[in-house]
Design a protein around this ligand. Structure first.
Ligand code: NAD
Length: 414
């Protein structure tokens, strides 16, 4: 993240909210220190690589329920980043009020550089290493950058084999035929779309009247764009790592998806103008959705952003300095801990289904997700008005007001 690493950024966001509610230092320290941060060495024979692979699991807080958070496979994974991401998960689960804590894991590997066989061995090695500290009632894992249903299935299978017992709820984001939930795949994009609709409503703008630019066309960006289009918004700009395209009269999202599937990038779509990624961020639109990278909007490009509403699809796409610049220019920023919480919310529904031994219909999942995100948005919006802060600080305040009493109620031992 430009100018500030993720852990500094998380701590600054937390402290700003803690100041707003005069939280005492003891509680701050308690809530800012992870319960357990494990560094692991995975011994897996990887062709072309000597030595071992570093891996982590940060269990940040479980006052409100079992730890919950994804596993990231990325060459840049490190201790501080995993710790920060686990803290954001604790805040996120509290903001949407689901009975989970926060956690995150990571393996220092580039999955695209290895065969499925190597990734399977790594996943099983990771599952074996963390097995003593995870479980459906202890710590529930999920996909993150570089992992998906395939890895979650392997994780579940390894855990169950070691325990000689079925435990589908040890991990969410599994494939539907192996205990996954309907609607999980598009859940994050759907919550981004719901949060965008709520934010626009708060400034008396209807989705039908809004133009949208989306940075990143992966799981989050493509589903958010598709759902917003379905609900009447006009998507005028889309980017991915292969380039950015603009069409002021509207881009058909399924055409963009087809171009990406065919040529590897939305930039291959015919009939749209090609622009730079910075041009996309600076587009004159009502709604901008950064759904690609951490730190995508920093102090260098924030002054060029003119969108009225920015909804964070990615984790941490706006740096702290950029956040201040955007607030000063009057933009409404909907933070990641609220907007992209749909993934963890439907993960909770998956965990519930696994516990109940049944499955919900897609329409039931969608309805329950809609209710959770709308309620969370309204709570954060009300708190922001009362405190005269932005939505990010208000979301952290809401989380602190749920986390602090839960942590306090358990008391100390002995
Ligand atoms: P993904 O890998 O499916 O998609 C990422 C997209 O970003 C791709 O289209 C890629 O081409 C694009 N991209 C990469 N570099 C770019 C650049 N320089 N400019 C423009 N586009 C670029 O990932 P995802 O699952 O969609 O996740 C995106 C973000 O959302 C990450 O920050 C992730 O942590 C966060 N997030 C994801 C979920 C989820 O459920 N998938 C949940 C919460 C948060």
């Amino acid at each position: 993240m430009t100018g500030m690493d993720p852990l500094e950024n998380f701590t600054a966001q937390f402290e700003r909210a803690a100041d707003c509610v005069d939280l005492d230092r003891v509680t701050r320290n308690r809530l800012l220190t992870p319960d357990r941060l494990v560094e692991l060495r995975l011994s897996v024979d990887i062709p072309g690589r000597t030595g071992t692979v570093k891996a982590y699991r940060s269990q940040f807080d479980d006052s409100r329920g079992p730890y919950k958070g994804g596993i990231r496979f990325h060459p840049g994974v490190n201790r501080e980043e995993v710790q920060a991401l686990s803290g954001w998960m604790a805040v996120k689960t509290a903001v949407v009020d689901i009975p989970f804590g926060g956690a995150k894991g990571g393996v220092e590997i580039d999955p695209s550089a290895h065969t499925a066989e190597v990734i399977e061995r790594l996943t099983r090695a990771y599952a074996t290493a963390v097995e003593p500290i995870v479980g459906p009632n202890r710590d529930v894992l999920a996909p993150d950058v570089g992992t998906g249903p395939r890895e979650m299935n392997w994780f579940r299978h390894t855990y169950e084999t070691l325990n000689r017992s079925k435990a589908p709820g040890v991990v969410t984001g599994k494939s539907p035929e192996f205990g996954g939930s309907a609607g999980r795949n598009e859940a994050t994009g759907r919550s981004v779309a719901i949060a965008a609709r709520e934010a626009l409503e708060s400034i008396d703008t209807a989705l039908e009247d809004v133009t949208v630019a989306v940075q990143g066309f992966g799981n989050v960006g493509s589903h958010a764009a598709g759902i917003l289009e379905e609900e009447g918004a006009t998507i005028v700009g889309i980017s991915d790592s292969g380039g950015a395209i603009v069409n002021r009269s509207g881009i058909d999202v399924s055409d963009a998806a087809e171009a990406k599937a065919r040529e590897g990038s939305v930039a291959a779509l015919e009939g749209a103008e090609r622009v730079s990624n910075d041009d996309l961020l600076a587009m004159d639109v009502g709604l901008l959705i950064p759904a690609a990278l951490t730190g995508a909007i920093d102090e260098s490009n924030a002054p060029t952003v003119t969108a009225d509403v920015i909804v964070e699809g990615a984790n941490g796409p706006v740096t702290s300095t950029a956040d201040r610049l955007l607030a000063n220019s009057g933009a409404l920023v909907v933070p990641d801990v609220l907007a992209n919480a749909g993934g963890v919310t439907v993960s909770y529904f998956e965990w519930l289904q696994n516990r109940q031994g049944g499955s919900w219909s897609e329409s039931r999942v969608q309805k329950a997700l809609e209710e959770r995100i709308v309620e969370a948005y309204e709570t954060v919006h009300r708190r922001a008005k009362a405190l005269e802060t932005g939505l990010r600080t208000a979301a952290f305040v809401v989380a602190i007001e749920r986390l602090a009493p839960a942590a306090e109620s358990g008391g100390n031992w002995p």
